[in-house]
Write a protein that binds this ligand. Structure first.
Ligand SMILES: N[C@@H](CCC(=O)N[C@@H](CS)C(=O)NCC(=O)O)C(=O)O
Length: 207
């Protein structure tokens, strides 16, 4: 199995870390969606990361769908909680963290790929508002767990909610642009510090 994409993509990183937690062996291939566009296109014409190439040549896309496949078809175990209410909560953590990733990535494209004279101020402002809004919600959800004395978001062991929230925060810090203040997000800072110290996270450094 080959996981394609740099770990500076939070979507790639959450898949890589999940594979570490699930003990799934894989090759990691660092191809850039920009610098290696043609090479990437030959493997996956959609040029999206993460791309997972299975041993039979099948190409899977989308971090959530890849994780679903890995858990249900490869590992036969899941990093999602079993309890119904906890499962729904996990979806809320993950969904919010994914919006954080998505909006920050859109901002990077909008300001990094589009020539300055073609950038649209109101669109950038909207993306920034969506990003800060999602981060505020995520911070308050994580803080509520910490106030209840939870070390991890959903129990004694880190799960998919912890992975995705921590990866989202690391991505934000990696691309810090003065918009986000660490002091406003103490619960995410603390969760990130705990998660990034785990062997599974250390095996997948942001490059
Ligand atoms: N929903 C997707 C989002 C993946 C995504 O947007 N990846 C970005 C890199 S961070 C990408 O492939 N960008 C290239 C493009 O959209 O053309 C997932 O969870 O995997």
């Amino acid at each position: 199995m080959e996981l394609i994409g740099y770990l500076d993509s939070p979507f790639v990183r959450r898949v890589a870390i999940t594979m570490q937690f699930l003990d799934i062996p894989y090759e990691h291939r660092e191809l850039s969606i920009f610098r290696n566009y043609e090479e990437f296109r030959a493997i996956n014409p959609m040029v999206k990361v993460p791309t997972l190439v299975l041993d039979d040549g099948e190409v899977l896309i989308d971090s959530g769908l890849i994780i679903d496949y890995l858990e249900s078809q490869v590992a036969s175990r899941s990093l999602m909680p079993v309890d119904k209410e906890q499962y729904r909560d996990a979806l809320q953590f993950i969904g919010t963290a994914l919006i954080v990733m998505e909006k920050r990535a859109q901002l990077i494209y909008e300001t990094g790929q589009r020539p300055q004279e073609k950038q649209h101020g109101p669109w950038i402002e909207r993306l920034q508002q969506q990003l800060t809004g999602a981060l505020e919600i995520l911070e308050s959800m994580v803080a509520a767990r910490a106030e209840n004395g939870c070390y991890w978001l959903q129990g004694d062991q880190p799960g998919q909610a912890d992975i995705t929230a921590a990866v989202a925060w690391r991505f934000i810090m990696h691309h810090e642009n003065g918009l986000i203040d660490e002091n406003d997000h103490p619960a995410l800072v603390a969760l990130s510090a705990r998660a990034e110290a785990l062997a599974e996270f250390l095996a997948c450094p942001v490059t």
